[in-house]
Design a protein around this ligand. Structure first.
Ligand SMILES: [Mg+2]
Length: 178
């Protein structure tokens, strides 16, 4: 089976990393977990994002519980492709953060190309994604989608995809979709 996964919000806790960044850099910030994304409320949002990405924060985001172990197990018998909306310039930091993970490929493609690359180039059997617009888009493209339901912003996505609460549920979910 060809498995494709998003990274931020699914494998790595980008949100927590961003919150810690704002505390360390003394940037006033209140996170709204109901909304997708972390920089939407900053008037200078691209600047804030660039500041976050310029530091070492992006090398050391934490794995969600079980994600590393379960993905490495799955990588033993499936193709595992990772595609993230991070800009290509961040590839090295991302690879460092994911160095313990046995993936087949890792692409940092930027926001604009992600959907197209996954649907047209990778063509996975299963996609793991947390961004609501993309969950719907992949579903409409005929891809089976699995999404983490611990983010309040994925509420309602059961219309298009299968939720999971713990990474340990993923092997069974994949088996049922084979
Ligand atoms: Mg994501």
């Amino acid at each position: 089976m060809k498995i494709c996964s998003d990274v931020d919000g699914v494998i790595l806790n980008y949100i927590q990393g961003f919150i810690e960044f704002t505390k360390i850099e003394k940037i006033p910030y209140t996170h709204n977990p109901k909304l997708y994304g972390v920089i939407r409320n900053f008037p200078n949002n691209v600047e804030v994002r660039d500041q976050f990405h310029a530091g070492d924060y992006l090398r050391q985001l934490e794995f969600y519980d079980g994600s590393l172990e379960i993905l490495n197990m799955l990588a033993g018998s499936h193709e595992l492709h990772l595609v993230t909306a991070l800009e290509p310039e961040q590839s090295q930091k991302r690879a460092e953060n994911l160095k313990k993970l046995n993936y087949s490929s890792l692409q940092c493609v930027g926001d604009d190309l992600k959907q197209q690359i996954i649907i047209e180039q990778i063509q996975p059997d299963v996609m793991l994604e947390d961004r609501p617009e993309l969950i719907e888009a992949f579903h409409r493209a005929g891809i089976k989608v699995i999404f983490p339901d611990w983010h309040p912003y994925t509420k309602g996505m059961e219309r298009f995809a299968t939720p999971f609460s713990l990474w340990q549920e993923i092997p069974d979910l994949l088996q049922n979709s084979a």
